[in-house]
Design a protein around this ligand. Structure first.
Ligand SMILES: NC(=O)c1ccc[n+]([C@@H]2O[C@H](COP(=O)([O-])OP(=O)(O)OC[C@H]3O[C@@H](n4cnc5c(N)ncnc54)[C@H](OP(=O)(O)O)[C@@H]3O)[C@@H](O)[C@H]2O)c1
Length: 257
């Protein structure tokens, strides 16, 4: 009997799969039988990441350079992936970035670029893969949001706006697609995970303080997002849709006293 977590025969596109959380999810999906497509802006990183993701799995894979802060990158990306692997069964909208700025410092260029990358590209990629999912009667869409979409901190107006919007879009998309067969749409709200993204703007001191605010007293390792993503990507999670799964080591459970 096949495990409900098996992804055998499925094709998954994980945006931003060259490192961090995306790479960890892509590796888990390949280990569970999926063919893998990843994209980012860096060809050399993509090439070596895909090699590591597929190592020992006998799965197929493809990488594509795509700057998802530009809408025109979406259509060629989907075309190339579908030509190489076939229709996309699992889409993980993971590529994203942050540019901490207080509200009176935000410039229009940064606002528009991050809105496109963190939110609008997720809409455009979803729009592109949904017709095939409807035809095949099976699909999984996972948006990588953030605990910053549920709560916030100073300097995160832009980031929190995009991540909260993803959570809202998750609910409405789940209602759109629910009647079309076994198609689910969910989001994951990660807390602090040790990847290049937070490392680029948190000092060592700030990182230590963040660890103490989680219930588990530490940052997450990217591999610890793989299990939650696998649940939502596989038949194991077939009755979960429109949900946001918080994976934060207990970072958001504390009251004020
Ligand atoms: N790490 C955390 O603590 C944390 C917490 C909550 C939510 N998240 C979310 O998790 C997701 C993954 O973050 P991460 O921590 O794994 O970050 P990461 O290690 O910096 O990885 C981000 C990935 O996205 C790609 N990317 C960035 N800008 C892109 C662009 N314009 N076009 C295409 N790809 C782009 C990066 O590749 P290139 O830069 O080479 O293009 C990389 O592959 C993001 O959506 C982030 O907001 C992370």
């Amino acid at each position: 009997m096949q495990s409900p977590f098996s992804l055998t025969g499925k094709r998954a596109l994980i945006t931003g799969g060259s490192k961090g959380l995306g790479k960890a999810m892509a590796r888990a999906f390949a280990l569970h039988g999926a063919d893998i497509a990843i994209c980012s802006r860096n060809a050399a990183e993509l090439e070596s990441a895909l090699e590591e993701i597929l190592a020992g799995t006998h799965r197929r894979g493809v990488w594509e350079v795509a700057d998802l802060s530009k809408r025109e990158a979406v259509e060629p990306l989907l075309r190339e992936v579908e030509t190489a692997l076939g229709g996309i069964d699992i889409l993980v909208n993971n590529a994203g970035s942050n540019a901490p700025q207080e509200i009176d410092q935000i410039d229009d260029e940064t606002w528009d670029r991050l809105l496109e990358l963190n939110l609008s590209s997720c809409m455009a990629l979803s729009r592109g893969v949904v017709p095939g999912m409807k035809e095949r009667g099976w699909g999984r869409i996972i948006h990588i949001s953030s605990v910053m979409g549920l709560a916030s901190t100073a300097g995160r107006s832009l980031y929190s706006a995009t991540k909260a919007a993803l959570i809202g879009m998750t609910r409405a998309m789940a209602l759109d697609l629910g009647p079309h067969g076994n198609i689910t749409v969910n989001s994951i709200a990660p807390g602090p995970f040790l990847t290049d993204l937070p490392m680029s703007f948190f000092s060592e001191e700030a990182r230590a303080a963040i660890a103490t605010r989680t219930a588990l007293g530490r940052w997450g390792n990217p591999e610890e997002l793989a299990g939650p993503a696998l649940l939502l990507a596989s038949d194991a999670g077939s009755y979960i849709t429109g949900s946001t799964l918080v994976v934060d080591g207990g970072a958001t459970i504390r009251t004020m006293r």
